[in-house]
Design a protein around this ligand. Structure first.
Ligand code: DNO
Length: 349
């Protein structure tokens, strides 16, 4: 595995110098943020990220994310232009040395939580999802509170209502067809550039607001990998996204898809699964519902060689900043991952 860390660019409170001091840190995970979704990234912006990263002694090899324009997911006539731009972005980041691109195919809403600063028993704060709070929100009603974190804030309320209505008229099968159409154009370009595409599971892995969500479980990941059966068409195994549903056996999925050579990136995060949702917890197995040792061992024993990053951390030690993306708890997560990996490697010899 190659240990990596997400960095939001020069505006990130967490600096490259700090990230470099995390033991065993090898690579940065970042993106160009100065271009609207769907447009082509400038070579200058890409080169700047590369230089900053490499000057800090870290590898510039993973992008998270090149976002997919809604017109592609909706299958609108304008999608071809956006897909062409997407292919151009793959070529451009590949030229700069990128080996892996993380993206998602979630309609409108990326990750969804109902609170960003829930106080846990130890006084740290974390991101949580309680179903009863989500149920109170109806994006189509003008008086509902539309401020759940993680959403694209560039939409006005009317635009959001319009795009949600478009999805409401679509079936899951339509979304599958649009994903297939996208992959059939994009994966050959990724293969030509030798870049691995790594789709991120839907977070949480179930439908919200009646919108279709399809990258949610083993059956659907099997279907996804067959849409275009090429090793460059792979997944980001996000343990927290899959693991917030008790129906997903994340250890089994880690082993299975690693053995197939289709996991290119792993987001390592623990969650406590509750009856009415889930809470993000510290990375250790004993802090949540997931067997983190089992997951990493399954990756290791099945020949996984991709990138790993500690995913969302809690806010601890008085740190403030971007929810889920502070320095301290993610650094603890990185150290835990390193410890597990060393032990797994040595005991398997
Ligand atoms: C949340 C992240 C996601 C992820 C995208 C990938 O913290 O894991 O926003 O980056 O879904 O496209």
């Amino acid at each position: 595995m190659k240990l990596s860390f997400r960095w939001y660019g020069e505006d990130d409170k967490v600096t490259l110098e700090q990230i470099r001091q995390i033991p065993g840190m090898q690579a940065i995970v970042t993106a160009v943020y100065d271009v609207p979704v769907g447009e082509v990234w400038s070579r200058e912006s890409i080169a700047k990220l590369k230089k900053l990263t490499e000057d800090a002694g870290l590898a510039f090899e993973v992008i998270e994310s090149i976002p997919v324009h809604e017109d592609i997911k909706l299958g609108k006539p304008t999608r071809d232009r956006y897909i062409e731009n997407y292919c151009e972005n793959i070529r451009r980041v590949a030229e700069a040395g990128i080996k892996c691109i993380c993206y998602n195919f979630m309609p409108v809403f990326d990750w969804t939580r109902t609170q960003l600063d829930h106080v846990l028993a130890d006084g740290s704060t974390s991101l949580v999802y309680y179903q009863e709070q989500v149920d109170k929100v109806n994006p189509l009603e003008s008086d509902s509170d539309l401020t759940l974190p993680g959403w694209d804030s560039s939409y006005t309320r009317d635009e959001l209502k319009a795009v949600v209505a478009e999805y409401n008229a679509m079936s899951e099968e339509d979304l599958w067809n649009n994903l297939k159409y996208f992959l059939e154009k994009v994966i050959p370009v990724a293969a030509e550039c030798d870049v691995n595409m790594a789709i991120h599971e839907d977070d949480p892995c179930w439908s919200i607001f009646g919108l279709p969500r399809i990258i949610t479980c083993e059956e659907n990941l099997d279907k996804f990998l067959k849409l275009v059966d090429d090793p460059h068409n792979g997944i980001t195994l996000c343990t927290g996204s899959l693991g917030c549903s008790a129906k997903n056996d994340v250890v089994r999925m880690a082993g299975k898809y690693a053995a197939m050579g289709r996991i290119h990136f792993a987001h390592i995060r623990n969650v406590a699964v509750l009856e009415n949702g889930f809470e993000e917890r510290a990375h250790l197995s004993c802090c949540g519902s997931l067997d983190m040792y089992g997951i990493l061992k399954a990756l290791h024993d099945n020949g996984f060689t991709g990138y790993v990053r500690p995913d969302h951390g809690r806010m601890i030690w008085g740190e403030t900043g971007r929810a889920g993306y502070g320095l301290y708890d993610r650094a603890l997560g990185a150290t835990y991952i390193n410890g597990l990996w060393e032990a797994i490697e040595k005991s398997s010899k």
